[in-house]
Design a protein around this ligand. Structure first.
Ligand code: GLA
Length: 754
């Protein structure tokens, strides 16, 4: 079998050894390239003989092609004839472009021995390669497109050209990947662009959704005359909801903003299609955007208790638990059987005080309004373990990055209250990196000028019934270059407690300089160290380990007494990032338990941007449903990473579905496992406390997918009542099988009850 593969590759090589244009006037570069690890300047030259190099597929990272532990430098080379006919057949005869997918993490690209670009930026003739091109933020998610004028001396028309790519991988996945890989003339679609990121969707009343978008011409000298055609179709039956045609002339550099208004049932998925048709050539540029659709029913007027049903506290730690409840105000809160030392505030359901005796206590909590009373048991476990359900909250990083400030943190707290998120169990307001100044002469950590008074700020957040988180590193510096806790652990822990901190994210970062090739013991050491001091303070502080999954942290996070541990690198708001993280968490499944959570990183819905400039998430609505559904099945800490002052109706719908949140908060704390997987579809199942099963059907394709589920294949016997969790509707009994349509990159989240 292996031999056969090799032989086939050889044939491919003969056919594609020198690429030629296809009928679409493009040269395909997604065919095998030559590849060698290491680094040598002569590998950039046309004359270099690479005949002994290995072949590699450029659309997949090198780890997937036999180079498992390769970090650092490697080179890719390909030979191509670039015929003048590309220009002759082109509509715009100005520039030629080299599209090289993406490169993890950094690159320099040479054409016939001369540098043409670096990390996605085209460079002029005779630019010297920068020696430190592989420093700074990773460029793994940047598209590599290099554009040269047709007269550029680096292109050899009608002759063989050698493209040589010097790649540098700083760790993890490495090398060229993604698509497209091609050479073509810069065309209409490279000049005319649609931009949907400047605003979110706006909802007016029950049926009107508006979306602002821009069409722009990035060309510095080409002018286009044509028409803009827009139509919107429902995704379920294809029927047209909207159609419009506008004459649109596009001088060089122009950017025009439009608003499209579509009337539709808010719960119906639909897509808006955009076409710019150039009049003279008939050429078209197309784009499309999925419209948000709201599945979460609005909370009823009768009282309803939401959020966690079990809460852990240590003896002698300040107790703070807010009963989350919805219903028409005013609501009155009560609790029967509160253990000694605790009291409840009737106006907002805030339970405070302090417990001295270990044990499990069942408290009957009650919420009443003019329409009736809701009751539920809350189990308070006074003992050693806290965070008995995954933390629900907000963290500043994915939105504000290092530009976080006291004001932004208070605004997030206010928004939790104003938007009603607090009524669904959302609790933590966490400051990430960017708050620190230095340690003073006595070793006291000082916040920087953006945080004038930490204690006052924490008091304010607590007064809202919320909790506060903070961030540090076991190294001397944080990932953002701020002061870490190295050698100040004990004092820092005490400061956090004195300020009123309830959550610490402890991020490895520069500890890599202290333990460059960490052994298992070295990986654990700094986390044990800080834990010792956190245990000493008279305050419950959720301990969140952040070291990106090194040394399979999920296997020993429990041993170092972490409450949660990041299992991956940093998430971004793209399908590649989301699916790459979410669908590879099965390995962590056996290790989650109450107080011990696998953390696949924070949420990327709403207005994100790593600050200070923000953009609306690049995930489609379907992808966002997948995000929240999968993270809930994974029993993940849910930390919203968006600007809460700009919460739109769709994002709020994603974050306030109490049945979805109840899956995340299920008291048994068992993470879902991957029950089925093929290229197009995955099924994940989570066992819930009451014996029912939460099931996620995920469509990995970018077209709709009918999924046929046989209960036998999942090991389910007998009759089950099936409920659609997002719409909160029963779907009837199932005994043998069921079939469902799942939207592109979308999810169906179900609960099967005996
Ligand atoms: C690392 C973490 C992020 C964030 C930044 C802050 O990258 O993984 O979540 O905390 O550091 O600098």
């Amino acid at each position: 079998m292996k031999k056969l593969n090799v032989a086939l590759f050889g044939v491919l090589l003969l056919i594609f050894a020198c690429q030629r244009p296809t009928s679409e006037n493009k040269i395909d570069l997604s065919t095998p390239w030559k590849f060698h690890s290491g680094d040598d300047p002569s590998w950039s030259t046309a004359a270099f003989d690479d005949s002994r190099w290995e072949l590699i597929n450029p659309t997949e990272i090198w780890e997937k092609q036999g180079y498992k532990n390769l970090d650092g430098f490697a080179w890719y080379r390909i030979r191509v004839i670039i015929p003048h006919s590309l220009i002759d057949n082109a509509f715009i005869k100005d520039s030629i472009q080299f599209k090289l997918g993406k490169i993890d993490d950094y690159d320099q690209v040479f054409l016939n021995g001369e540098l043409i670009g670096e990390n996605g930026k085209t460079l002029p003739v005779k630019t010297d390669p920068r020696p430190d091109f592989f420093k700074g933020a990773s460029q793994w998610d940047t598209e590599r497109r290099y554009v040269l004028g047709v007269g550029d001396s680096r292109v050899h028309w009608d002759q063989e050209n050698v493209i040589a790519v010097r790649a540098y991988d700083q760790g993890g996945a490495g090398g060229m990947f993604s698509k497209p890989f091609e050479i073509s003339m810069v065309d209409l679609s490279d000049h005319i662009k649609f931009d949907f990121t400047e605003s979110g969707f706006k909802f007016t009343g029950d049926t009107l959704i508006s979306k602002q978008f821009a069409v722009y011409n990035i060309s510095a000298k080409e002018e286009f005359h044509g028409k803009l055609l827009i139509h919107a179709n429902r995704c379920d039956n294809g029927s047209q909801l909207f159609k419009q045609e506008t004459v649109l002339n596009m001088p060089p550099g122009i950017r025009t903003v439009f608003t499209v208004n579509v009337i539709k049932d808010l719960s119906v998925p639909a897509t808006i299609y955009f076409t710019y048709r150039e009049s003279a050539s008939g050429k078209e540029v197309r784009d499309q955007i999925e419209m948000p659709y709201i599945l979460t029913p609005k909370p009823g007027k009768a009282p309803r208790i939401n959020g966690a049903s079990v809460f852990g506290v240590r003896p002698w730690s300040p107790f703070l638990f807010k009963i989350a409840a919805t219903g028409e105000p005013p609501l009155t809160y009560g609790a029967e059987g509160l253990p000694n030392g605790l009291r409840i505030r009737a106006v907002d359901g805030l339970i405070t005080g302090m417990m001295s005796k270990k044990g499990d206590y069942t408290v009957k909590i009650k919420v009443a309004n003019a329409l009736g009373t809701a009751e539920r048991d809350l189990i308070i476990k006074c003992g050693d373990i806290i965070s008995l359900t995954p933390p629900l909250g907000w963290n500043s990083w994915n939105v504000w990055g290092l530009s976080v400030s006291d004001k932004k943190v208070r605004q997030a707290g206010d928004a939790f209250a104003a938007s009603g998120l607090i009524n669904h169990g959302w609790t933590y307001i966490n400051i990430d990196d960017g708050w620190e100044d230095t340690h003073d002469r006595n070793g006291n950590i000082l916040p920087n000028s953006k945080f004038p008074n930490m204690k006052e700020m924490c008091d304010y957040i607590h007064s809202l019934g919320l909790k506060v988180g903070i961030y540090s590193s076991p190294g001397p510096k944080t990932c953002g270059g701020y002061e870490g806790s190295y050698s100040f652990e004990e004092k820092d822990a005490q400061h956090y407690a004195d300020w009123g901190i309830d959550y610490l994210k402890y991020d490895w970062c520069s500890y890599g300089g202290i333990a460059p090739n960490p052994t298992d013991r070295e990986l654990k050491f700094p986390y044990k160290e800080m834990r010792r001091y956190l245990r000493k303070v008279k305050r419950d502080i959720h301990y969140s380990l952040c070291q990106y999954g090194m040394g399979d942290v999920w296997k020993w996070g429990n041993e170092v007494d972490g409450n949660s541990w990041r299992t991956t690198g940093d998430i971004e708001d793209s399908w590649e990032s989301l699916s790459g993280i979410g669908f590879t968490q099965d390995k962590c499944s056996p290790y989650s338990a109450p107080g011990r959570w696998n953390d696949p990183d924070m949420l990327v819905v709403g207005w994100v941007g790593w600050g200070p400039r923000l953009h609306y998430t690049r995930l489609t609505p379907n992808e966002q449903y997948t995000h929240i559904s999968l993270w809930s099945l994974l029993a993940a800490p849910l930390l919203i990473g968006c600007d809460l002052t700009q919460l739109d109706e769709f994002t709020l719908n994603l974050l306030t579905n109490d049945e979805v949140i109840a899956i995340d908060q299920d008291p048994v704390g068992k993470q879902a496992r991957q029950a089925w997987k093929d290229q197009d579809c995955q099924i994940w199942i989570r066992d819930l406390a009451d014996g029912s099963k939460a099931i996620g059907l995920f469509n990995l394709k970018d077209t709709p997918l009918p999924v046929n589920v046989k209960l036998d294949d999942l090991g389910f016997k007998g009759k089950w009542m099936m409920r659609d969790v997002w719409t909160q509707k029963d779907l009837g009994m199932v005994m043998t099988h069921f079939e469902m349509n799942v939207l592109p990159h979308g999810t169906r989240l179900l609960v099967l009850r005996k």
